[in-house]
Design a protein. Structure first.
Length: 254
């Protein structure tokens, strides 16, 4: 296979592919795109974009691509946009969900709402037009899947909620969540969303709100509601929302 070619052209914003199936030498051109990376410079950061492709659900189809801030902390961010990038950029507002990775949720764990929240967010984005940014490396509130599973073990053994477990395990309330979302904001700028764009943000997480506000965006929040809540999940959600309320006090611009 060919080697990846990273083209540092310092583009102002990402340029979507215009290649269509009826183009001459379609497969050769798709192959060339697959091994070339666009780089966009934003706020003194290089954003490296991956390869475009659809995410196809029974409810509809997303335009999708990966992007990462060069030398960033959180690696690849997977972007899903409905119906496509040019259509959403023409609007003055759209739905947005910033979603952290969650291995246990994807595997069906009932103490977690992440997988169902993602599904609900996808449906909302498809219905209203919008963007989902999925960040796999942020599993376990930024600590990764392995430490997440340790917390799961304690939560199960001691019948504690997820926030109480994290407080005891990391021995510091301020270390419960180490995620940051500035890289997601940089990527939104690199993909073409200008300052002043309004996002209907599907979360009550104050860190996400603060990052977007600092990036120059207009934010209106709402909770992503899910229906299937067992007793353990109810306990975790109550603890999480209480944690969010405490987090709000840290941010003057919230």
């Amino acid at each position: 296979m060919d080697k990846i070619k990273i083209i540092y052209k310092k583009k102002k914003v990402y340029q979507p592919s215009k290649l269509k199936p009826n183009h001459k030498h379609y497969f050769d051109k798709v192959r060339a795109e697959a091994f070339t990376r666009q780089v966009v410079e934003v706020d003194n950061h290089n954003v490296i974009f991956g390869v475009e492709g659809p995410i196809i659900l029974s409810e509809g189809k997303f335009w999708s691509i990966s992007a990462e801030v060069e030398n960033g902390r959180w690696g690849k961010h997977w972007i899903m946009i409905a119906p496509d990038l040019p259509t959403v950029l023409k609007r003055k507002s759209c739905f947005l969900r910033i979603d952290s990775g969650c291995l246990s949720g994807v595997l069906g764990d009932e103490t977690c709402d992440c997988a169902e929240q993602l599904k609900v967010s996808q449906k909302e984005a498809l219905k209203k037009q919008g963007v989902i940014i999925y960040i796999p490396k942020q599993d376990g509130r930024g600590y990764g899947s392995e430490l997440k599973m340790v917390n799961q073990r304690i939560m199960n053994d001691c019948k504690m909620d997820t926030i109480t477990v994290a407080k005891h395990f990391y021995e510091n309330y301020d270390k419960i969540d180490i995620r940051t979302f500035d890289e997601a904001v940089i990527i939104l700028k690199a993909i073409g969303f200008p300052k002043g764009y309004k996002f209907y943000l599907g979360t009550k997480n104050p860190r996400k709100v603060q990052a977007l506000l600092k990036g120059g965006y207009i934010i209106k929040t709402h909770e992503i509601s899910i229906k299937n809540k067992g007793s353990f999940l109810e306990k975790n959600l109550k603890a999480k929302y209480k944690f969010f309320e405490e987090e709000k006090k840290k941010y003057e611009i919230y």
